[in-house]
Ligand binder design. Structure first.
Ligand SMILES: Cc1cc2nc3c(=O)[nH]c(=O)nc-3n(C[C@H](O)[C@H](O)[C@H](O)COP(=O)(O)O)c2cc1C
Length: 183
């Protein structure tokens, strides 16, 4: 069965990122996928300090919630990375999470993530699509490096307040359809 894992990297509960990621998962679930959603805000994920213990086949030296997430990332067929634009980049929550992908950046662990499909979901307040470009590039370059296969991008300008995205029915419908199509 297809495993679809949604990551919500916004610290705002039930915000725009949550709504978009949930819609994709809803579409996938309807098609029979095994879906799960992770709220980074609820977890304790510390920054990577580059000790590279993980490259020696050992568990990460940071004793936090990331050690329970690695198996979920490894099992997932598709990972949805959701974060709003925060100062032209990701939230601090999403950045800490991505930094911990250093775990996958050694030959022994690379095969555990290589070929996994990814979707990025990026809402933000400005009306200008270019506001998301640096953040898109961060994901694209990192995925290219890790051999993760970026299959879709949901870039949603013009959503500032919590729930703004609920007024964009075409965007939500698109997310739902994408969720169905990835199965
Ligand atoms: C700390 C912070 C920084 C932000 N920086 C930007 C920005 O650079 N450009 C922008 O268009 N919106 C920016 N925003 C607005 C958010 O991207 C927007 O409110 C988004 O819808 C939040 O998504 P959420 O509801 O999932 O938290 C920022 C918001 C916060 C709280």
């Amino acid at each position: 069965m297809n495993k679809i894992l949604g990551i919500v990297g916004s610290p705002r509960k039930k915000g725009n990122t949550f709504e978009l990621v949930s819609k994709i998962l809803e579409g996938s679930k309807l098609k029979g996928a095994d879906t799960n959603i992770i709220y980074l805000e609820d977890l304790d994920i510390n920054e990577c300090n580059g000790c590279h213990t993980c490259w020696q086949g050992l568990e990460c030296s940071k004793k936090d919630d990331m050690n329970e997430i690695y198996p979920e990332l490894i099992e997932a067929d598709v990972i949805i990375f959701g974060t709003p634009v925060y100062w032209f980049g990701p939230t601090a929550l999403m950045k800490a999470f991505i930094d911990r992908f250093v775990y996958f950046n050694c030959p022994e662990n690379r095969t555990k993530i290589k070929g996994t499909k990814a979707i990025i979901v990026i809402p933000f307040e400005d009306d200008n699509f270019e506001t998301a470009t640096p953040l898109e590039m961060m994901f694209e370059k990192s995925f290219e490096y890790l051999e993760i296969n970026l299959i879709n991008k949901i870039i949603v300008p013009g959503v500032g307040k919590k729930g703004d995205v609920l007024k964009k029915s075409n965007v939500l419908e698109n997310c739902f359809n994408i969720g169905q199509r990835i199965i």
